[in-house]
Design a protein around this ligand. Structure first.
Ligand code: SF4
Length: 81
């Protein structure tokens, strides 16, 4: 499951450089995650690095419209790298 950034985002940009997959970019209203590139950090670490970097509570959540298994996320990571 990819992650997504909600309206709680304060556009500080702390998450963008932390993403190992270059999945985060600045959108019109706030930062956005490209679901095609987000692996929930599977392949790159134990936890989502953007969530760890985010100073707010609840800006980065699981995207229910992009449900993927651990195996699919790992395969996505390997395709990206
Ligand atoms: Fe990037 Fe990991 Fe956040 Fe997904 S969970 S956007 S791969 S830092």
């Amino acid at each position: 499951m990819a992650l997504m950034i909600t309206d709680e985002c304060i556009s500080c940009g702390a998450c963008e450089p932390e993403c190992p997959n270059q999945a985060i970019s600045q959108g019109d209203a706030h930062y956005v995650i490209d679901a095609a590139r987000c692996t929930e950090c599977v392949g790159a670490g134990d936890e989502p690095k953007c969530m760890a970097a985010c100073p707010t509570d609840g800006s980065i959540v699981k995207d229910p419209s992009h449900v993927e298994t651990q195996e699919q996320l790992q395969a996505k990571y390997e395709t990206l790298h």
